[in-house]
Ligand binder design. Sequence first.
Ligand code: CP3
Length: 352
Amino acid sequence: VDDRPTGPQRKTADSAFVRACRREPVPHTPVWFMRQAGRSLPEYRKVREGVAMLDSCMRPDLVTEITLQPVRRHGVDAAIYFSDIVVPLKAIGVDLDIKPGVGPVVDRPIRSRADLERLRPLEPDDVAYVTEAIGMLTDELGATPLIGFAGAPFTLASYLVEGGPSRNHEHTKALMYGDPQLWADLLDRLADITAAFLEVQIRAGASAVQLFDSWVGALAPRDYRELVMPASEKVFRAVEHHGVPRIHFGVGTGELLGLLGEAGADVVGVDWRVPLDEAARRVGPGRALQGNLDPAVLFAPRDAVERQADRVLEAAAPLEGHVFNLGHGVLPDTDPDALTRLVEYVHERTAR
Ligand code: CP3
């Protein structure tokens, strides 16, 4: 079946990134970096001066400029929409903020059934600035794909239930094990919000979407399958008919890689702890992989970075589809020139 999209995504259908996601032959291995837009770039720090993180996410002019910055500077094969996983929650009125150096914090955490009523469905008009920014971006980007994204239900729930970043997710797990019905209802609502947010981005022109379940590696496979996977599956199913590649990423997910694929992803993101050839065995056939250079490697000298990049490329060589990326986001103190050199290096080494 030819399920190629007919919308604004047509311009990017033959890009190396989209082709690799679809496990089609590519002229070179495509590269992009999670958190490629952000504090590692002086031009980012300049435009963000005096503007709060969440305010910047609601300004199409700033979103467009910041999204384009790493594409111009590094020549990456894809842009990622500048936003944050908590933006759709803010848009439905959740009392949250992003504290510099800390991350998302929620004034009144969600712990009871009454709290759950504060999570209303997301309407496209709640995030009109996203539609506007993506329209501007796809015009500017031309044949370079734009990746839309959202937080997965578990990772969003963790911020909402804990009230902020958490090492052990103790309140989240207390709710998950202690009141499975409330937990299921919370994740189901978050799945609908997440699906609606991805839908807005795809309709506006995003060529792929990534679901960030950053903290799901905190779970054992059985709990993931029973208590979390149904909600993530619902998100992937909801956007399937658009035919754009769906990427599923989490950190510390070695034991979950098979399930992350089964949840409905076309591409599974892998952190640096599992080599890609082993990850491919765990994920099974029919899905591409994305990853997986340790972001801390970029602090090593150039030849060491290249040796580690070679190891990623060697492990990926037998795969049908590989998108080169880091195993997690760019660290804020990373030298941007090291990222630019890495893009060039991967392109050169994989040119066919
Ligand atoms: O370039 C890109 O990747 C797009 C932008 C992007 C941001 N956040 C911008 C941002 C993306 C994809 C995210 C996703 C995100 N946000 C995730 C999933 C990815 C991951 O890292 O696992 C998570 C868990 C969050 C929650 C969050 N928001 C954290 C942990 C932080 C960092 C806190 C800090 O200051 O160290 C944020 C804030 C945030 N989101 C920043 C940026 C550029 C930094 C804020 C700033 O520049 O002032």
